[in-house]
Ligand binder design. Structure first.
Ligand code: SF4
Ligand code: SF4
Length: 77
């Protein structure tokens, strides 16, 4: 997976679209398929995420969205 990237747990999504509206690069969209709860869910287009976390803070469902970034390496002197 190319980082940064967003991961959306489709079965925890209620399809409210807040993450899609909050994503300035426009890399999220609503699926055509339905999840186990009967909602269309947010999907990542698999490239273009900047790791800004706007979608994470917009989402009302705890745990539905995770942001993956490269770990910062601390240099000790
Ligand atoms: S972290 Fe930012 S760029 Fe990435 S999907 Fe979420 S809102 Fe879009
Ligand atoms: S904000 Fe959360 S619940 Fe709403 S569509 Fe996005 S991932 Fe799903």
């Amino acid at each position: 997976m190319k980082l940064p990237a967003v991961e959306i747990k489709s079965n925890q999504c209620k399809g409210c679209g807040l993450c899609i509206d909050s994503c300035k690069p426009g890399v999220l969209s609503l699926s055509k398929a339905f999840n186990l709860l009967g909602y269309q869910y947010a999907e990542y287009k698999q490239s273009g995420c900047t790791g800004c976390e706007a979608c994470y803070y917009a989402c009302p469902e705890p745990g539905a969205i995770s942001i993956h970034k490269e770990k910062k390496v601390q240099v000790q002197r």
